[in-house]
Design a protein around this ligand. Structure first.
Ligand code: S3P
Length: 171
């Protein structure tokens, strides 16, 4: 299907970089979180609160499966997507998986004023982010075809690196 899936920790820039990459490659951009919000008709914190995280994860997998039927999309995945082997297998069937990495310091700066991520509630410290990131990193790395660092780089530069990595298959 030749999709490009962007995975990684909350605040690593998946959506913003995905939009730039989509423009650069003349592809359509899609975002699992945005599709979940649209399908459920409520914001993510409310889904977590009223229906629970397990429900959110089921919907997330459903949405990912729908997206994998598409071709040549740039798909920004919520930070929990690559944690489930079922999702990773789905992404592998659908194309390439790119891990966007960022230091906890960078993440903290980017999410400091964010109220839309329930898993960061009470965790907006270097220690809180580092702890969750360390638990997730092995899963992210095992899923990814390539890892691209995002700290102190422009979105264009990062998107261009992803583009170069997949040029033979992207075009
Ligand atoms: C989550 C990340 C969020 C969103 C939800 C859960 C996670 O997406 O899917 O709050 O488990 O890491 P972003 O990575 O786009 O913030």
């Amino acid at each position: 299907m030749n999709n490009i899936y962007l995975v990684g920790f909350m605040g690593c820039g998946k959506s913003a970089i995905g939009r730039v990459l989509a423009r650069m490659t003349y592809r359509r951009f899609m975002d699992t979180d945005a599709l979940i919000v649209e399908q459920e008709g409520m914001p993510i914190p409310q889904i977590f609160e009223e229906k629970g995280e397990a429900y959110f994860r089921r919907v997330e997998t459903e949405v990912l499966k729908k997206l994998t039927k598409e071709k040549k999309r740039i798909i920004s995945c919520g930070g929990g997507v690559a944690m489930r082997i079922e999702n990773v297998e789905e992404m592998r069937r659908g194309g390439h998986i790119v891990l966007l990495s960022a230091k906890p310091e960078t993440i903290l700066k980017r999410v400091a004023r964010d109220e839309n991520r329930p898993l960061l509630k009470g965790r907006k410290t270097i220690e809180g982010i580092t702890e969750l990131m360390e638990a997730r990193l092995p899963h992210y790395q095992a899923a990814a075809d390539i890892t691209v660092a995002t700290d102190d780089r422009s979105m264009e530069d990062i998107a261009a690196e992803i583009c170069r990595a997949f040029i033979p298959s992207v075009r």
